[in-house]
Design a protein around this ligand. Structure first.
Ligand code: SF4
Length: 324
């Protein structure tokens, strides 16, 4: 039996923009390009990168909230890319989502009891009494109380609302939870509490997380492995501490250089990123990072580097990964 929970092969999402379907003016946003990613059972993979790198598109495509342009997604060995709506609905019992902004993802007109019970209602699980009991159990699991069930989302703090979002995601006992920047809208003081809660729940229920974050520091302690994305491409993936202490891709090195708590201990020269991230409408040829990379050579402008995996499982997409 395999320990792989989720696996993508060549996962690509291009959005057509501008003009009609057949117009010459039509352009493509390269939101996600040829992403090969494996997530094991009970594993947390942190996905990081700047805005527009494709990490949120990846989350939506994995749940097929957005359809991929190319590639396959396997969940527990089953290709879910071609499943119809009804089949996909059943799969979503095992694949849940925690959103960045719990306030906008929770219906303000519904009480917490109804919000958390909604997934159970949709799948007609148990009697009304059973569902009520399950909601109280979930409230307790996420650090809220029975009394909270009778309140509306606006009566809670940001951290409490995220706890409600997490309880809702856990209602169906999923195997995978995709967390899309779950702490970035919260106060710094609350972020650690929510991260600790997510970590405890992962251990308690043997969950797997794909944990999407803007910066590396948010995912360092929670992730087993870290995947770094740049302009729709996966550029590095490896064991969390390994990526932090021995990053191999210049982009990852630059992201780490930008974390003040880590950068001073780093023996290497800090790498400062200059310039804006190029538009995914017209990504650079060759290595997509070459317009900002301080190590770029002629070859980088024309030849796209493959993501190559070393013997220790650390994979990097850079022509010069061995030498810099
Ligand atoms: Fe930099 Fe070239 Fe490596 Fe891309 S392939 S990261 S441009 S050195």
């Amino acid at each position: 039996m395999t320990d792989i929970l989720l696996q993508t092969e060549g996962l690509t999402k291009h959005y057509q923009v501008g003009g009609s379907l057949f117009a010459k003016s039509q352009q493509k946003v390269h939101a996600l390009d040829n992403v090969n990613l494996t997530l094991y059972k009970r594993e947390i993979v942190g996905v990081v990168g700047e805005s527009g790198c494709g990490k949120s598109t990846l989350a939506k495509v994995l749940l097929r909230l957005v359809e991929p342009t190319e590639g396959t997604i396997r969940f527990e060995g089953r290709d879910i890319t071609a499943l119809n709506r009804k089949q996909m609905r059943d799969i979503r019992r095992d694949m849940q989502f925690v959103f960045q902004d719990p306030f906008s993802s929770l219906n303000p007109r519904k009480k917490v009891m109804d919000l958390i019970a909604e997934p159970l209602d949709i799948f007609r699980i148990g009697t009304r009494k059973d569902r009520e009991k399950r909601v109280y159990e979930l409230l307790d699991i996420v650090g809220l109380t029975k009394n909270h069930a009778d309140r509306y989302p606006h009566q809670f703090s940001g951290g409490q609302r995220q706890r409600i979002g997490i309880a809702r995601a856990l209602a169906l006992s999923p195997k995978l939870v995709i967390c899309d920047e779950p702490v970035s809208a919260l106060d710094v003081s609350v972020q650690a509490q929510i991260l600790n809660l997510l970590q405890d729940l992962q251990e308690q229920f043997g969950l797997s997380y794909l944990f999407i974050a803007h910066g590396l520091d948010a995912v360092r302690h929670i992730s087993n492995r870290i995947a770094v994305m740049y302009l729709g491409k996966l550029v590095e993936i490896g064991d969390s501490e390994e990526v932090f202490t021995r990053p191999r891709h210049p982009y990852t090195k630059a992201l780490i250089s930008a974390i003040p708590e880590i950068a001073p201990d780093h023996t290497e020269e800090p790498i400062k990123l200059t310039g804006e991230i190029p538009s995914p409408l017209n990504p650079p040829s060759g290595c997509r990072f070459h317009t900002r990379c301080p190590f770029a050579v002629e070859r980088c402008k024309t030849e796209m580097p493959e993501l190559r995996t070393a013997k220790d499982g650390h994979a990097v997409a850079c022509h010069l990964a061995e030498t810099i």
